[in-house]
Design a protein around this ligand. Sequence first.
Ligand code: NI
Length: 210
Amino acid sequence: MPRPMLWLLIAAPTVVLVLVFSVLLSRGGERQERRAEVRTSGEALVGGPFELIDQTGATVTQETYAGKAMLIYFGYTYCPDVCPFSLQVMAAAMDQLEADERARIQPILITVDAERDTYQQMASYVSSPAFPDGLVGLTGTEEQIAAVARAYRVVYQRAEDDGSGDYLMDHSSIIYLMDGDGAFVDVFTSGVDPRDLALRLQDFLEENPG
Ligand code: NI
């Protein structure tokens, strides 16, 4: 057998093995990177500073609530069903906490309907006894609302007018738990069992003694 042929016979399997390994290794690396990206988007990319108007007409930022965990829901006061339901779920969960636990959580409604939800409208809405005690209602300009919604990955859109001048807003229905520094902790669907939500809140408060 001529020498070059011999070398080819020895080298070929080695080359194939190296190729197979390098493909496997690079795939594993990609998978790990992807996982890391997902994790990052959950923890770091939801939430952030905001500037809005509370139900007294005062300008507030996330610093206003610093030191307290925020339980945030995005909705609007003219919502016929999902928003009031979600706020009642939050109320039912908060009711299961001890008073000192409740004091460490600020429930917040941020409107996605800047046009109709003036701060006066928010004031009368958030005072409903069906909603969490101390519920804060935040509104703002279209731009301020758009900015905070973008930060929280909330989507909303004005639905078709029915001709009467009334309109519905399509919107994400998610409850966010943010820590005392405004950093993302957890999310819940508005269909969450209030007991489960209460337990998660208590776990969080225990892990993060004030
Ligand atoms: Ni709604």
